[in-house]
Design a protein around this ligand. Structure first.
Ligand SMILES: NC(=O)c1ccc[n+]([C@@H]2O[C@H](COP(=O)([O-])OP(=O)(O)OC[C@H]3O[C@@H](n4cnc5c(N)ncnc54)[C@H](OP(=O)(O)O)[C@@H]3O)[C@@H](O)[C@H]2O)c1
Length: 283
């Protein structure tokens, strides 16, 4: 039986990854820092990834065949770069050579001026987060660059902040001119599991094949959740924010390598409705 360690087992992606891996019969250790209550599958293990000795004990105990390193400190963390890199170096140094390390990176390693970005395009980060992720990419065996990770229910950042605004009676302001390739958390988890069984090494873009603005994404998510986007959403511009304008990722390589179909948001919403009969009817 395959033994896996999911760092960020309490995070948006990690918890779904743990659920899907456990369903395959794999032995799953779900590592978390503070939110044990968010873990939905796997054996919860509390560990600070920047604490080398504590992490060493966990690795000795779990002896993972694969580590899915999804953990990331909150963006407001002081010394964010150091926190991201220390965790990655600790994993890389403490895991035996036979352990496959799969690191999650981000489209934010690019500046957004030269899309679409291929898997081997050199990083051009604008933020500390993007810079740290770009440096981290040099450490993992398999590095997955992805984009906004969404779902159609609460318990996911892309959803929760919009619901909080709506519940407070505020409008949801979304950029109409920032392009990303958002991926459904279920599709990403499925693709990561498949990748872990492949011989692939290096950096792979795994995201939606259909770029869209943040406005379109929020619109489609709220619609799928039965909320009226016309009522709740206000379009705004990111032009003066200094944010990367277009982080479209070229996912051609992943589409060739993986059997997992990289779904568009519309395809994901349709699949979600099939598995959630209580979801609002589109017809
Ligand atoms: N979400 C997106 O839209 C997006 C877009 C592009 C790339 N990514 C990348 O995809 C990965 C998954 O993102 P996500 O949104 O699922 O993350 P998330 O929901 O923010 O979860 C972060 C996880 O990291 C854990 N963590 C933070 N600091 C830790 C530390 N020092 N030691 C141990 N665990 C620690 C947290 O544990 P506790 O909560 O228990 O404290 C939590 O489980 C990340 O690497 C992220 O950079 C995400």
């Amino acid at each position: 039986m395959k033994r896996i360690l999911v760092t960020g087992g309490s995070g948006d992606l990690g918890r779904v990854l743990c659920r899907r891996a456990e369903a395959l019969g794999w032995e799953v250790a779900a590592a978390y820092l503070t939110h044990a209550n968010r873990i939905i599958a796997g054996v919860p293990i509390q560990v600070d990834l920047t604490d080398r000795d504590a992490l060493n004990e966990v690795i000795d105990q779990v002896r993972p065949d694969v580590v899915f390193h999804t953990a990331v400190p909150p963006i407001t963390t002081p010394n964010l770069r150091q926190a991201i890199l220390t965790a990655a170096y600790n994993l890389s140094r403490l895991c035996p050579k036979t352990t496959r390390l799969i690191f999650l990176s981000s489209d934010m390693v690019f500046d957004g001026t030269r899309p679409p970005y291929k898997d081997d395009d050199p990083p051009s980060p604008l933020s500390v987060y993007g810079q740290a992720k770009a440096e981290m990419e040099m450490i993992g065996d398999q590095v997955v660059r992805t984009s906004l990770i969404y779902d159609f229910q609460a318990g996911n950042k892309q959803v929760d902040w919009m619901l909080e605004k709506i519940n407070r009676g505020e409008t949801v302001k979304l950029y109409a001119d920032e392009y990303r390739c958002p991926i459904w958390v279920e599709t990403l988890a499925e693709a990561l599991i498949e990748l872990s069984e492949s011989m692939f090494k290096g950096i792979l873009n795994i995201a939606s094949p259909e770029p869209m603005t943040r406005l379109e994404l929020g619109w489609k998510i709220l619609e799928a959740m039965g909320k009226d986007p016309e009522v709740h959403i206000e379009a705004i511009s990111a032009a003066t924010t200094g944010r990367p304008a277009d982080l479209t990722l070229d996912v051609g390589k992943a589409q060739l390598l993986l059997k997992t179909k990289l779904l568009s948001v519309d395809e994901a919403a349709a699949q979600w409705r099939e598995t959630h009969p209580q979801a609002p009817d589109k017809s």
